[in-house]
Every structure is written in C-alpha cells, then in structure tokens.
Design a protein around this ligand. Structure first.
Ligand code: SF4
Ligand code: SF4
Length: 341
C-alpha cells in the first residue's frame, strides 16, 4: 500500500535569490591545507582516495563519502542521483548549491558514479523550474523534478526502483566537494546551512566552516538573543538545541530560530484518517495510537510499523498534534520484542 506523504509549502524564491553567503572562519581555526589533485584520468581507486583525503562526509547522515561509495558498489547500484532538493519548508541549501555550481555538482556526481560502478546518473532537482534552469545553463546531465511531497527522496527512489533501477541518492554538497577534491585537491571543511525563522534578521544560505559554534553563526545572521527556540535539522525532523556552543557539522543543513517555541498541544484523535493517507509505507498511525493508549498493544494490529522510515509525515498532518511518528517508533520496538512501550 502506498500513501501520498505530505505537501510542503516551499516558496524559497527569496532565500534562493540571495545565493550562498560566505562566512569567514573563526581566527583560531587552522587554514586547511590542500593535497595533490588526481592527475590524468580519474579511476575508482583514485576517486575514493581523494574523497578520503578531503574528508568528505554525506550531508544527509554524516557518513564518510568513501565508505558510502564502497557500500553502494557492494549493493551494485546502477543509478546514482544527486539529491539537489530540500525536503523541508525552510531549508534551501541543496538547491542553492545546485544553482551556484551545477557544473561542479554534475562533475562530482559523474565521479561518484564511476567510483561506485553506477552506469547512470540523474540530477534530482526541487522542481520543474529548477530543471529548466539547468537546461538553460546547458548542463549535460539528465535531470528530473523530485516534487514537493515529503518524503520526496523516498518517493523518488520508489519510482526509480519501480522502473527496474537499483537507485541511490547522494547529496549535492557531497557531489560538489568530490569534484573539488579530485580536480583541485581541496579539503571538505565547509557546510552550506540555511538559517531561517522569525527571530533572524538576515535569513539565508551560509557557507560555514565545520566546527564553528552555532552561537557565532547565529550572530552573523542577526538572530535575536531573546529567541526562545532554536532547532537544528529539518522542520519535520529537527530537534531543539539548548547549548549554542554546539558545532556546525557536515549534516547541519538547517537551523530555525523562533521568537517563541511552537505550541505543542495534543488533542484526542478525531479519526480523520489523514495520517493513514500520508504514510508512504502503509502504517495506520491512528490505530497504533489507539493501541498504545488502551494498554499493552496487540502486536497483530501494529501493521507495518517495522517498515516506518521516520519521515514524520503522519505527525505533520495530524490536526490533533499527536506525535504519531514517535508512537510508531515505540510500537516498532515493542513489536520487535526488545523494549516496553
Ligand atoms: S513516520 Fe513512519 S508511520 Fe509516520 S508517515 Fe512516516 S513512515 Fe509512516
Ligand atoms: S491524523 Fe491525527 S486525528 Fe486524524 S486519524 Fe490520524 S491520529 Fe487521528
């Protein structure tokens, strides 16, 4: 059973118009040293060595790129797609990287595909308008619009796999960094982070040194010191942070700063069924909620909970504000027999 996810309002035109702002590294940070670029025609071994020497990590989950590409090779990936969209109402970093340097993203994608043995590549852009921009800039790579229903990466992979491809995604930032490493011997020491929210006077996409404290980044962006809520991660799956000395990491893609914390009030389920429609893997979240509320759940009624991908679409659409994704996760653990609810 396939659901339809949740539609995200993603009018990011204003934030994208401003491009990517370069932030200076703190004075105490060492100047990164370059290494010899790959000479001649790059082969998979040289590409993997360059990825390792540059210290590139995936912005999706922080996994070292060399390990990721090796694992994709073991899985016999046949199509590698650059993930150049942000499955989130605020984040725009991946889209901004594609707009800034589409040639570099396409080059890094081709190198990554070579390293993992994928025969085909595809640029997955945020929308048809972005695909048109690519073709206007004469980028010689196949491109597709990922759409604005979250989880867009899940739906894209599902449709590619349905057409017989063993497809995988790689972030736009990792692609661009791989091109820099192979062609110029440039280490990966920066991340593109979107800073947004109603307590920021200069929202935008910022290129930031890895390790810079969040407090410094927020100061550059004109964040109100009285802001009561800072969240790191996507709007759907992010987590609030209290310690602003936390450093920017490879997977810090979006920071949302709000004057006041969002209201988190929970009401009784009204059986509207939206959570079931939204779930892309066929979980029935309201049933899970009912089972957990009424005592020890009946495992037979916890359909598909083990297949939950944690996209939080169910929680996002629930008019009663129920943390359905959290409940499904707990139910899955119970069903596995590992822990109590
Ligand atoms: S978080 Fe899990 S249960 Fe909720 S919509 Fe996503 S996959 Fe379905
Ligand atoms: S979306 Fe919320 S209110 Fe609607 S059926 Fe699901 S749990 Fe109940």
């Amino acid at each position: 059973m396939a659901g339809r996810g949740v539609k995200l309002e993603q009018d990011k035109k204003e934030i994208l118009k401003r491009g990517i702002h370069e932030l200076p590294a703190p004075e105490s940070f060492a100047v990164p040293s370059r290494f010899p670029p790959v000479k001649g025609e790059p082969d998979p071994k040289r590409i993997l060595r360059a990825a390792e020497a540059a210290g590139i990590r995936s912005e999706t989950d922080g996994v070292p790129l060399r390990d990721l590409l090796r694992s994709l090779a073991e899985q016999k990936t046949t199509l590698l797609a650059a993930r150049c969209f942000d499955d989130d109402p605020f984040a725009a970093g991946e889209q901004a990287v594609l707009r800034e340097s589409p040639e570099k993203v396409a080059d890094g994608l081709a190198l990554a595909a070579q390293a993992c043995g994928a025969e085909e590549t595809l640029i997955a852009a945020a929308s048809r308008a972005e695909v048109r921009l690519l073709s206007a800039r004469k980028i010689p790579a196949a491109a597709v619009a990922a759409g604005n229903r979250s989880p867009a990466d899940f739906f894209l992979l599902q449709s590619l796999r349905r057409s017989g491809k063993n497809a995988a995604l790689l972030g736009a930032q990792a692609c661009a960094a791989l091109s820099d490493a192979v062609r110029e011997g440039k280490p990966a020491v920066e991340a593109v982070v979107t800073v947004a929210g109603n307590a920021v006077s200069k929202p935008g996409n910022y290129r930031v040194r890895i390790g810079m404290p969040l407090s410094l980044l927020l100061e550059f962006c004109g964040a109100d010191r009285r802001a009561q809520f800072v969240s790191v991660g996507t709007a759907l799956g992010g987590h609030s942070v209290l310690n602003l000395n936390m450093p920017v990491g490879f997977s810090t893609r979006c920071i949302t700063v709000l004057k006041k914390p969002p209201l988190r009030r929970e009401f009784a389920c009204v059986r509207c069924g939206r959570c079931t429609t939204a779930c892309p893997v066929g979980v029935v979240p309201w049933l899970v909620h009912r089972e957990l509320e009424s005592g020890p759940p009946e495992p037979l009624l916890l359909f598909h909970v083990g297949e939950c991908i944690g996209c939080r679409a169910c929680s996002a659409v629930c008019p009663s504000g129920i943390d359905l994704a959290g409940e499904v996760r707990r139910a899955a653990l119970t069903k596995e027999g590992g822990r109590s609810v």
